[in-house]
Design a protein around this ligand. Structure first.
Ligand SMILES: CC(C)(COP(=O)(O)OP(=O)(O)OC[C@H]1O[C@@H](n2cnc3c(N)ncnc32)[C@H](O)[C@@H]1OP(=O)(O)O)[C@@H](O)C(=O)NCCC(=O)NCCS
Length: 329
């Protein structure tokens, strides 16, 4: 198996900033103080009316390709992790991205659905192609545009999410660098603590059911399950690879709630200088939150070649995943 790692990275956030004050001004019974205290979020980015998920994914991908020093025609595979595809049936958002990037080769392109754990899942899948030799360069994009699927009258969900995209290019790297472990999990019996009830084949939109898919969540349950699942998963991947918490340069958590990150870090023993936080600016951007945070850490000079990084995802499904890697850019 070939060593596989990140050889390029990019991110994209829509221009429009929606603050907590803006949400309150929409008539919701909430406050900036409540949202900051309970979540850590101060503002989030909201996509323009005409923007679709592939548009966000495209911009992040262009940056990732540039940073890898390759063109779209050097890619052998595109995977898009998203829960908010451009089209609910087909085609996949990955096919739209392939076209927008100007890829002239008919390479495979597909979407992956693992909600906020989507980046960990897609990274793992993409890495297998490179490790086996089936592909040389794989574009893994995580993009979500949840603002169009929020109930803007539900103060317990709409305050949490924002739109965004992050992308990486995977390729063969020097021995000793790249992805060391990718542990992925699911517990389907918890599906309904975070889901969109309407609009799929279970409850299709019809003349009798003129609704649309909107995020519905049992916030407290999600909070508890998140902390109780990711903590042992991180402990186990570190133990299996004989890595101490102090050896890890950066811990990139899915950005869902600052209190979740704080609780998990306290139990695991990570210090604040090891943790990347983008929640105040962007809120929860679902699958894209990890690559966006990783990209920000890289642009701030917080990572050097060879540094150990832990990526921790969790979300609807219920799914969770931990990726351990040695930075290879
Ligand atoms: C949603 C979340 C912020 C709610 O915070 P909480 O501290 O658990 O608050 P609770 O749900 O217990 O609600 C406490 C009170 O605040 C109220 N409340 C909820 N949202 C509010 C808001 N935006 N503004 C003001 N009050 C709010 C509730 O209605 C409740 O009022 P009540 O006591 O009169 O019934 C929190 O549970 C959370 O972040 N959970 C994880 C969600 C998540 O990460 N989802 C994505 C996973 S990928």
């Amino acid at each position: 198996m070939k060593p596989v790692g990140v050889i390029g990275i990019g991110r994209y956030l829509p221009d429009h900033v929606m603050t907590n004050h803006d949400i309150q001004a929409m008539g919701l019974d909430t406050s900036d103080e409540w949202i900051r205290e309970r979540t850590g979020i101060e503002e989030r980015r909201i996509a323009a009316v005409g923007q679709a998920t592939s548009d966000l994914a495209y911009h992040a991908s262009v940056q990732a390709l540039e940073s890898a020093g390759i063109t779209a025609d050097d890619l052998d595979l595109i995977i898009v992790a998203t829960s908010t595809p451009d089209y609910f049936l087909f085609p996949s958002t990955a096919c739209i991205v392939q076209h927008r990037l100007g890829c002239t080769r008919p390479i495979p392109a597909f979407d992956m659905s693992a909600a906020c754990t989507g980046f960990n899942y897609a990274l793992s899948a993409g890495a297998q192609y490179v490790a086996s030799g089936a592909a040389k360069k794989v574009l893994v994009v995580a993009a979500d545009l949840l603002s169009k699927f929020l109930d803007w009258t539900d103060r317990s969900t709409c305050i949490l999410f924002g739109d965004g995209a992050g992308a990486v290019v995977l390729g063969e790297v020097d021995p000793g660098l790249g992805i060391i472990a990718s542990d992925l999990f699911s517990r389907g019996e918890l599906a309904e603590i975070l889901y969109a009830k309407e609009g799929g084949s279970r409850n299709p939109i019809s003349m009798d059911n003129p609704t649309r898919p909107l995020v519905s969540m049992e916030g407290r349950a999600v909070f508890k399950v998140a902390v109780n699942t990711v903590v042992p998963a991180v402990e186990s991947v570190l133990a299996a690879n004989q890595i101490a918490v102090s050896d890890v340069k950066l811990l990139v958590f899915h950005q869902a709630n600052l209190r979740i990150i704080d609780a998990a870090c306290e139990r695991l023993g990570f210090t604040p200088d090891q943790v990347v936080i983008t929640l105040p600016k962007y809120g929860n951007t679902s699958a894209s939150s990890i690559p966006i945070a990783l990209c920000e850490a890289v642009s701030e000079g917080r990572l050097s070649r060879g540094d150990l990084v832990v990526l921790v995802g969790f979300g609807a499904g219920f799914t969770w995943g931990v990726t351990l890697l040695r930075w290879s850019c």
